[in-house]
Write a protein that binds this ligand. Structure first.
Ligand code: ADP
Ligand code: ZN
Length: 706
């Protein structure tokens, strides 16, 4: 019925290819062998019994210990149009009845049950009926380590499985687990009565592959050509994102005397076939291709796979780069990386209409960026994506061969993880960093996180440094990040060991970013501020029911992000800020910019020389009038100087300028009518307050607020 297992995989689950071991396992399951499968969590165990269940006749009974997981799996299967159901204690007897009816009517291929069901007499009777009416195709025992007292989750009910095995000796069993020591493995085999099982300990590590990331230069084609020339005729694949660049690169390589051919979905079937055959026969050295190429191709001696553009997710990167070195000989997996690529993928994501899909794609893109920018062993990053841990340096990737300095960041890791714990494991990296760095964002206050003991304990590190730590913790498996599009940090066993001071944390440190050298970090800082100003603009726009560009154009926001004006005077100089906008929005934007600079520990601009002179006289005890006379300026100018000095957090003694009782009343008025307009404040206060004193107090209010 199916031309190939791949076709069935695509049909039922929508996946393009199998992960390591899956294919072989499934073939063995189809030939009714007993199996023991050890694969990291997230590695793709379920498929190993689900696909065979669909391809065989009869019902596969899946034993699973957790009711919640059971429901998730069944939901996911039904979502793919697959007949699956569960029977457990959450159902009443009518529901159980009706599900049993469906099973006996042959509508169901996979039945999930809790282990305690297996022993119930009534369930046994039911299974007998199933065996005679539709047949039992297999028993799949998930979390099989629960059968062993040597494991960490011993479930005595699992021991009853053996009775079922004896009752239906011809039905094969598939035992699956993520964690199994030798001892537990033996126990599983024995306790479940597996007969000459085929044991698969799946690893995602491909030791013969070398991984490297090339920062893409502006003349990246020359980099590519140089690399391929150095390969001296070895066969390789170059993956590009678009058909156009495939054609272009293939053409250019040809002109540079490299035998290369294009391959993409825009070509005729016959042209594709012929190009593929010529590559398989080594008539051409290089296949330049979109992702359309490679499915089902099994050329064993591909010596390099280059991704000339950023792949859209790590799963894909793993599969595509994995086409190198199938023969087990050394081969290279090269990724060309530039931040410009991110924008292009972002654009594609932007086009998606389903919000959830968009979120997931964004997270996947971030994982690719983390791989490309990561300082940890690349192999480690890749296998950790599949839940596997790879302890030591691999000595076969660029990061291991040319390691960045390693530093002990245990204390920082403790701060970070304890903040994750205090935020109750419900937030992502960005939020945790905001809390650590004492951000004034609304979201933080909304959750009351400004009251946590970890609030503001991380000012000594920049946001980028915390990000670097977070990334490394995830890559080293020291904290877990959820992958459903809402990246939330969850503590695992190892996180707690760190918190209990039982484990040290070493991370590779990129000196360039930690010393805050201008360049990259400067660019990202502008971007960060730009994002925040855009958020603020959106809030204001929403509150007035107008489109955001009505408030300020993007170009103005960009200038603000670059210039970072921290006083209204400087803000007024930004192109696009007129008198009206200065009056209505200046205040909020300047506060936001100031808060940002403060969080990022950016230098505060110094007052001008003239203002500094005013400050000196003020500190010597002169009154405003005396300073004005001394400097031959008018009183208003001196007052303006002092207001600005206050805003810039300079040591001005406000109590000498405005009586404390008057300050209090002015503040009260500002709280009632807002700080935008001096005139409105004065109207609220009455005639016997001067604009000067209002302005001075407002300056103080502004400073304390940001
Ligand atoms: P496990 O049971 O080993 O923890 P799962 O079976 O839940 O892992 O699989 C983890 C994830 O990998 C799931 O989202 C699953 O859909 C996905 N997956 C499994 N096999 C493949 C494959 N061949 N290609 C792409 N994704 C896969
Ligand atoms: Zn490595």
């Amino acid at each position: 019925m199916w031309r190939s297992l791949e076709q069935a995989l695509k049909h039922f689950f929508g996946y393009e290819s199998f992960r390591p071991r899956q294919r072989q396992i499934i073939e063995e399951a189809l030939s009714n062998r007993d199996l023991l499968i050890i694969m990291p969590t997230g590695g793709g165990k379920s498929l190993c019994f689900q696909l065979p269940a669909l391809l065989k006749s009869g019902l596969t009974v899946v034993v699973s210990p957790l009711i919640a997981l059971m429901q998730d799996q069944v939901d996911a299967l039904r979502d793919n149009g697959i007949g699956a159901t569960y029977i457990n204690s959450s159902l009443n007897w009518q529901e159980v009845r009706s599900r049993q009816g469906d099973i006996l009517a042959g509508k169901i291929k996979l039945l999930y049950v809790a282990p305690e069901r297996l022993v119930a007499d009534r369930f046994r009777e039911f299974l007998d009926k199933v065996a005679s009416v539709v047949g039992i195709s297999a028993f799949a025992i998930d979390e099989a380590h629960c059968v062993s007292e040597w494991g960490h989750d011993f479930r005595p009910e699992y021991r009853q499985m053996i009775q079922l095995r004896e009752r239906y000796p011809q039905v094969p069993a598939i035992a699956l687990t993520a964690t199994a020591t030798k001892r537990v493995q033996q126990d599983i085999i024995q306790q479940l009565g597996l007969k000459q099982p085929s044991v698969h300990i799946a690893s995602f590590n491909r030791p013969n592959l070398y991984y490297e990331v090339f920062p893409k230069e502006s003349r990246s084609y020359n980099q590519l050509l140089k690399f391929i020339r150095a390969e001296k005729g070895n066969a390789g694949i170059v993956y590009c994102l678009s058909r156009r660049s495939v054609d272009e690169i293939a053409y250019k390589l040809g002109k540079d005397n490299i035998k290369a051919l294009p391959y993409h979905a825009g070509m005729s079937d016959s042209a594709r076939m012929s190009h593929q055959n010529r590559f398989l026969r080594d008539d051409v050295q290089v296949m330049v291709a979109t992702i359309a190429f490679g499915m089902g191709i099994n050329k064993p001696d591909v010596r390099f796979v280059i991704h000339y553009d950023l792949p859209t997710n790590l799963e894909r990167y793993y599969q595509e780069s994995g086409r190198a070195g199938r023969d087990g000989e050394a081969a290279k997996c090269i990724l060309f990386y530039s931040t410009g690529d991110i924008k292009r993928i972002d654009y594609f994501i932007e086009q998606k209409t389903d919000a959830n899909e968009q979120r997931i794609s964004r997270q996947q893109l971030r994982q690719v960026i983390d791989y490309a920018e990561g300082l940890d062993c690349r192999r480690n990053i890749l296998v950790s994506y599949f839940g596997e841990r790879f302890k030591d340096n691999c000595n076969n990737c660029d990061n291991c061969l040319d390691p960045k300095p390693i530093e002990d960041w245990t204390i920082e890791a403790q701060k970070f993880l304890s903040c994750v714990a205090r935020c109750r494991e419900r937030f992502g990296t960005r939020h945790i960093i905001d809390v650590l760095r004492g951000s004034k964002k609304k979201k933080i206050e909304q959750y009351g996180h400004h009251l946590l003991s970890t609030y503001n304990i991380g000012r000594d590190k920049t946001a980028d440094e915390w990000k670097m730590l977070a990334r490394s913790l995830v890559h080293q498996g020291l904290v877990k990040e959820t992958t459903d599009g809402y990246p939330i940090l969850k503590l695992n066993k190892r996180s707690w060991e760190i918190l209990r001071k039982q484990r040290q944390v070493n991370i590779a440190v990129n000196k360039k970013s930690t010393s805050g050298v201008v360049g990259d970090s400067n660019a990202s800082e502008i971007e960060m501020l730009f994002d925040r100003l855009r958020e603020l603009r959106k809030q204001i726009a929403d509150s007035q029911s107008v489109p955001p560009y009505v408030i300020f154009a993007d170009s103005s926001l960009k200038l603000m992000a670059q210039l970072k004006p921290q006083t209204l005077d400087d803000f007024a100089k930004v192109s696009g800020v007129g008198a009206y906008k200065l009056k209505h929005y200046g205040d909020r934007f300047v506060s936001e910019i100031r808060a940002f600079c403060c969080e990022q520990q950016l230098p505060v601009p110094l007052p001008s020389a003239s203002k500094m002179t005013t400050l000196q006289f003020h500190q010597q005890g002169l009154t405003v009038e005396e300073i004005a006379a001394e400097r031959n300026l008018n009183v208003r100018t001196i007052n303006d100087h002092l207001s600005e000095l206050i805003e810039m957090n300079q040591p001005v003694a406000l109590e000498r300028l405005v009586l404390p009782v008057r300050q209090e009343l002015i503040l009260k008025a500002i709280k009632i009518v807002g700080g935008e307009s001096l005139k409105t404040i004065r109207e609220n206060l009455g005639e016997n307050y001067t604009y000067e004193e209002i302005k001075l107090v407002r300056a103080w209010w502004r400073r304390t607020r940001s």
